[in-house]
Design a protein around this ligand. Structure first.
Ligand code: PEP
Ligand code: MN
Length: 337
């Protein structure tokens, strides 16, 4: 059960509500987020929702049978909107494009990417400064200095930044320079990191699907951050590992409509990692829109052949121009249904 407290609830009223929840043999957990105060009750017994709902200090009560509660669609009807400021929003049912290189490489690359994105009206740039790499000898990112430089140039251009955080100790130093944190596929079940992003930042977080994680596991990871206090979440389908060897991953397009049904959080598709093959990124990006994604994140670079990482799945700027125009047309088509 999810109990939404009134904003002006007093301690006495709260204590009575918690007492009633315990009487039902439900385990209560208080949750405070940027947007509301909740009491989550975990238990099995059937009860009449009106007995709790009529108590003083309660705004609403919802019965949610899913294992994850606050991220479930079962209690939230209104579309979720993540407002990044300056008129930049990611909205469930809407459409946002985030693009940029796999790795941030240096000033010229950042400038050229920003110019390319601005030409196309894109407001959010992706890029990694902390890179999870399969080989310890591969390029692992420019780190915090790269992020500071990127932030300076992005701010000048009115561009928002999405970038991966890999560990708890990076959050404090990254926080002033990040607009959206990305949790990479290798960290989706790093529960300490999830806890910290719930408690110690107000910045939005995009959680990628674990390489071998199920849809419900992704939702449970989101529940960690939400119940830690941070409601500003996005989920990202980026392909899963299957027995198929012809593509880098298997983009699970099925997950998009299923997630849309299960959660009120916006769903972003990452076709670059999803298929891992440059010439097929466009097909999967467009298909993701038709499957219901609220946005797409993909990799682009002036010279993909020279990219420090993931060049094989990175679009050059002319391919990226074409993709953006086709994404917009595809979104219009979807909206016309
Ligand atoms: C990335 O976005 O470059 C990345 C490393 O993604 P993932 O965690 O999905 O592999
Ligand atoms: Mn990449």
């Amino acid at each position: 059960m999810i109990i939404q407290f009134e904003k002006d609830i007093n301690p006495d009223q709260k204590e009575k509500i918690i007492g009633s929840v315990k009487n039902l043999k439900y385990k209560p957990t208080e949750v405070k987020t940027q947007k509301g105060d909740y009491l989550i009750g975990i238990g099995k017994k059937d009860f009449d929702i009106r007995n709790i709902g009529s108590m003083q200090g309660i705004k609403d009560v919802h019965i949610v049978s899913d294992d994850y509660k606050l991220v479930s669609r079962k209690w939230k009807v209104k579309p979720t909107e993540i407002n990044l400021g300056d008129g930049v929003k990611i909205q469930e049912g809407g459409f946002q494009i985030m693009a940029g290189p796999c790795s941030i490489e240096g000033e010229q690359q950042i400038r050229k990417t920003i110019a390319h994105l601005k030409d196309n009206g894109i407001q959010i740039m992706r890029g990694g400064v902390y890179k999870p790499r399969s080989s310890p000898y591969a390029f692992r990112g420019l780190g915090i200095d790269g992020l500071k430089l990127w932030h300076e140039l992005a701010k000048e251009a009115g561009m928002k930044i999405i970038t991966e955080v890999m560990q708890v100790s990076q959050i404090a130093e990254m926080d002033p320079y990040v607009d959206i944190y990305q949790i990479g596929a290798r960290n989706t079940q790093n529960y300490n990191l999830l806890d910290e992003l719930g408690k110690n930042t107000d910045k939005p977080v995009m959680i990628k699907r674990d390489i071998s994680g199920t849809i419900d596991e992704l939702l449970s990871s989101a529940e960690y951050i939400f119940s830690g206090g941070n409601e500003r979440l996005l989920l990202c389908e980026r392909g899963i590992r299957t027995y198929e060897k012809a593509t880098r991953n298997t983009m699970d397009l099925n997950a998009i409509p299923v997630l849309k049904e299960k959660t009120h959080l916006p769903i972003i598709a990452d076709p670059s990692h999803g298929i891992g093959i440059r010439q097929h990124v466009e097909a999967i990006a467009l298909a993701s829109i038709m499957a219901g994604a609220d946005g797409v994140i993909y990799e682009t670079h002036e010279k993909p052949e020279e990219a420090f990482s993931d060049g094989q799945q990175t679009l050059d700027f002319s391919e990226s121009n074409r993709l953006i125009s086709r994404l917009k047309k595809t979104f219009e088509l979807r909206s016309s249904f």
